[in-house]
Write a new protein. Structure first.
Length: 129
């Protein structure tokens, strides 16, 4: 089975990677575009740090949950802080235009156990003994 080529707003991944961050901002939705245009210095600084750390074989860890994912980040493994631990995130093409924090959830799934003694009417009589 052949893998379908990734296209984002009429551009393939190689064309997107060649673009400047501000040039890429023209292709993403309005809210993300405004954020990228305001934060392009921080995004470029983050990318430079990531490239430096990946060349040293260091693991990339970050607290920047609000950074918009740009095409230059595709293929990186970044651990994003969720308030408690660092969640490893493998960045793929479909994540372009989203924020890093969207992929490191802060609230986990709740697993309820069985009710304790005294929690239900049937066990209240047992707890008084």
């Amino acid at each position: 089975m052949t893998q379908k080529e990734f296209i984002y707003r009429g551009k393939n991944l190689e064309e997107l990677k060649k673009m400047d961050i501000r040039e890429f901002a023209k292709y993403i939705p309005a809210r993300s575009r405004r954020t990228v245009l305001r934060q392009f210095n921080e995004i470029e600084k983050f990318l430079n740090e990531c490239k430096k750390k990946s060349s040293n074989k260091k693991h990339i860890r970050t607290h920047f949950r609000d950074i918009i994912i740009v095409p230059q980040m595709v293929g990186m493994r970044i651990s994003v802080y969720n308030g408690k631990t660092f969640i490893p995130v493998e960045i793929i093409e479909e994540m372009i235009g989203h924020r890093l924090g969207e992929f490191a959830l802060t609230r986990g799934k709740i697993h309820h156990g069985s009710a304790g003694v005294g929690a239900t009417k049937g066990t209240k009589s047992k707890s008084k003994k």
